[in-house]
Design a protein around this ligand. Sequence first.
Ligand SMILES: [Zn+2]
Length: 179
Amino acid sequence: MHKEHALIAIPTTGLMQETRDFEITCTAGDFNDPEIEAAGFSGPIRVKVTAERGGSEIALLIETVAGCDFACDICLAPIHRELNGSYRVFFDCSDSGVQATPDADDDEYRILDSNATEIDLTEDVRETLLLSVPMKVTCVGNPDCRLYSGAKEELDIQEPEGSGSSWKDSLAKLKKKYR
Ligand SMILES: [Zn+2]
């Protein structure tokens, strides 16, 4: 995967101070990634990177704010949510020629190349966005989402796609059996 220009990158020269913030705005389409599109991201994505330097280590905190379009899991009504994601990455910039210890190849702990002029965070931001997507999205306070408010009748509800509800079906069958 070679890219001529990193979509989201911070200059390493900005990391010499103790703490520094970087703000980057892009759009969901900039990622040109089917996973981002499939997740429902739309419109602008705001990325804030806080770089904190402590000794020979730099801690980056990546925070994302992005709009995402969902369908309610229960009534399928369209829902727009603003998602907040955060992710931490650590860089070793000791620049002492000491090689990384074998167990330091952790995804979140990296060696900062002393020749690098910038750190490409595109992939990290992409991950942060995908991690910020909730597993389930349902209407909140929507009177039209009748099934949601009728939680007591949940067992009688037919799932629209019948996915992942086998335990519910079993429970419903049991209920009928002992009625
Ligand atoms: Zn709903």
